[in-house]
Design a protein around this ligand. Structure first.
Ligand code: GLA
Length: 384
């Protein structure tokens, strides 16, 4: 319990506790930074925060996962290269202060069970959790979408990772038993119910996302380059979101094979998300699963962000009874797969994956059977 940990470290009871969930993305991968569509769900794995106000301007933070503490002044928030885990907390605090929300000093403990570097957005959970913590501690009346954007800014500008908006959005605004359909251009969103006779099964390859950041930046640039070249052939496009399959075909001669395939992934993935929403809302989970499978193939072959381990996990999954769809989830190059599995088949599925992955590669997969959960900034907040 986070309250007890706070008590053990700071010798008193916390004033507030908040929890921010990790996420899994059902479909819509590498579309968020192209102004496109995504369909993530918050999961029932959270980063928990407990804290209380101090009378001064000092923030003392203890990380349960790193078993370490830092101390900083709200009047001079700098990046910490020795304790990098603290930069998510520092960045969010700094941008709140810069926006004129005067914070108070605080003692804070955080930690949880979202695995790190596994593609389940533990860093977004720390950012959004920090925002939720300040909101609750100080009773700030702040719009959740504003706090989501500020959390992303902390990741982009303070920590220095050029991610899109999906992870912070879902950690903030997830809803229990629902996925969230988000238009990353105008941030309109809608919650879409998930049926309780199917399970979200997440399989962790155990492989840390080695190339993720550098290759992510390469993909970002390739998408921008593709847009510029497609625009040069006539259509008024400002992002891949605007590009139709016909535009793409017409621009083929001005695109290298790589740029063509990168763009084809994003254009086709956006179409898959839109169809996925329709079939999910009409209850056609078989088709939903086919779209997940097609997303994986596109990420593997056109966008080239999968890995041997992820492909093996997905191929084993595709052969199991009761599986509707399986694909890699998140940025790629390691991390997790997401699988939609009929409830009665979920336990056997989990066992088959562990066995099959070990037989194929001699590696140990961790399996999380997840429930779609509440975000940290939604009414009611996240529950374990
Ligand atoms: C990471 C980023 C997200 C998104 C995904 C890929 O999780 O943080 O913004 O781009 O990769 O869909």
């Amino acid at each position: 319990m986070i309250e007890q940990r706070f008590n053990a470290i700071f010798g008193t009871t916390p004033q507030v506790v908040v929890r921010a969930p990790g996420r899994v993305n059902l479909i819509g991968e590498h579309t968020d930074y192209n102004d496109g569509f995504v369909l993530p769900a918050a999961i029932d794995r959270t980063i928990d925060f407990a804290g209380r106000k101090r009378a001064d301007r000092t923030v003392r933070v203890y990380s349960l996962d790193f078993e370490g503490s830092v101390e900083f002044s709200l009047d001079d928030i700098q990046k910490d290269s020795a304790n990098r885990w603290s930069n998510y907390v520092r960045g969010v605090s700094k941008y709140l202060e810069e926006d004129g929300h005067r914070l108070s000093g605080a003692d804070l403990v955080f930690g949880g069970n979202v695995p790190r570097e596994a593609g389940l957005s533990s860093s977004a959970a720390v950012e959004v959790g920090t925002a939720a913590f300040w909101k609750k501690l100080l009773g700030l009346e702040l719009d959740p979408v504003y706090l989501v954007k500020l959390s992303r800014k902390a990741e982009n500008q303070f920590v220095g990772v050029p991610c899109g908006i999906m992870d912070q959005f879902i950690s903030g605004l997830g809803r229990a038993n629902h996925a969230l359909f988000l238009d990353c251009r105008d941030l309109h969103y809608r919650h879409v119910p998930l049926r309780d006779d199917v399970k979200l099964v997440v399989c962790n390859s155990g492989v840390k996302r080695a190339l993720a950041q550098s290759e992510y930046e390469v993909r970002l640039k390739q998408c921008r380059e593709a847009v510029a070249r497609i625009a040069s052939t006539g259509p008024a496009v400002t992002s891949l979101r605007d590009v139709t399959p016909a535009d793409l075909e017409r621009a083929r001669s001005v695109l290298s094979d790589i740029l063509f395939r990168r763009a084809r992934h994003v254009v086709s993935e956006n179409h898959r998300v839109l169809e996925a929403i329709q079939v999910l809302e009409s209850g056609n989970l078989e088709r939903f699963g086919e779209l997940m499978n097609a997303s994986h193939v596109s990420l593997r072959d056109d966008y080239e962000v999968s890995s041997k381990e992820l492909d093996v996990l997905v191929e084993i999954a595709w052969k199991q009874p009761g599986v509707l769809g399986a694909r890699m989830t998140g940025a790629g190059f390691g991390g997790c797969t997401v699988n939609l599995v009929r409830q009665e088949a979920a336990e056997a599925f989990a066992e088959a994956i562990v066995r099959g992955y070990n037989d194929a590669l001699g590696l140990k997969a961790e399996i999380y059977i997840c429930k779609a959960s509440q975000g940290a900034l939604s009414r009611g907040e996240a529950q374990r």
